[in-house]
Design a protein around this ligand. Structure first.
Ligand code: PGA
Length: 251
């Protein structure tokens, strides 16, 4: 079995996974207070942010000097709405952690796509400071960011049509499944791969098949975009025991 450079951490449960992942981010910021953090939304990442905020309240870590860039946002999403990733980030992390809004970028799905792609690139590369640590979830489709399975993957920031499986999975956050946007603006896989360090958190039986593809064979395939992480120099995959078991992963 080949795990390339990826490090696999199997925890007792989801709660412990969140602590481990939060620990990576906290350590990074303790070491370099001006770190650039690549951040993720989604249900799985949700448990990580309260731990970061608590660590900040306890004075263990100070996020006031970091800059942040988020992975993605739905196209057409009003930034002020409850489902927007800006609202998610503001509520769970950016405001309680005391990060100035000028230093945090969550892409807008309301702006002209070309202009927003240019702005996204400016935030990623304009300061000559690549992302120090990128937090990732993984979709049931195997996506990272919103890079969905396709014959070819896109390296840079782009507008992505969402997979049916993703739309279905994310309909739990919307009153009406028809309200789930069909497109998103996302970092490309090349942008994600430029992060110095990557930490991916996954939980739930519905992720077993993509986690199996990520951990248990040596294929890198655009049909499971997360498999590009096998080529990253410093990627850590954090899963709980129950997911490891459903994926058939043994340490
Ligand atoms: P989830 O999303 O944590 O809500 O399953 C992860 C993702 O789509 O990357």
């Amino acid at each position: 079995m080949e795990d390339w450079n990826m490090k696999i951490i199997v925890t007792k449960d989801y709660e412990e996974s969140c602590k481990v992942v939060a620990g990576f981010l906290i350590q990074q910021v303790q070491k370099i207070p001006e770190s650039k953090l690549g951040l993720a939304t989604g249900g799985t990442a949700e448990g990580v942010y309260p731990i970061l905020v608590e660590a900040c309240r306890q004075g263990e870590v100070d996020f006031s000097k970091v800059t942040t860039v988020n992975l993605d946002e739905y196209e057409g999403m009003d930034p002020d709405s409850e489902q927007s990733y800006l609202t998610y980030m503001n509520k769970r992390f950016l405001i309680p952690a005391g990060i100035d809004s000028t230093k945090a970028y969550v892409p807008s799905g309301m702006n002209d796509p070309e202009k927003e792609i240019a702005l996204f690139n400016e935030k990623l590369y304009g300061d000559d400071h690549l992302i120090d640590i990128q937090l990732l979830g993984i979709g049931v489709s195997g996506h990272i960011g919103f890079n969905e399975p396709a014959e070819e993957l896109t390296a840079g920031v782009h507008i992505q049509k969402l997979d049916e499986g993703t739309i279905q999975a994310n309909s739990r956050f919307f009153e009406n499944p028809d309200d789930v946007p069909r497109e998103a603006i996302t970092m490309g896989v090349g942008d994600i791969m430029k992060a110095a360090k990557i930490v991916l958190i996954a939980t739930g039986e519905n992720k077993a098949s993509v986690i199996r593809k990520l951990l248990m064979d040596d294929q890198i395939t655009s049909s499971v975009p997360a498999t590009v992480l096998k080529m990253h120099r410093d990627a850590t995959i954090v899963i709980d025991k129950s997911l490891a078991e459903s994926a058939g992963w043994k340490d």
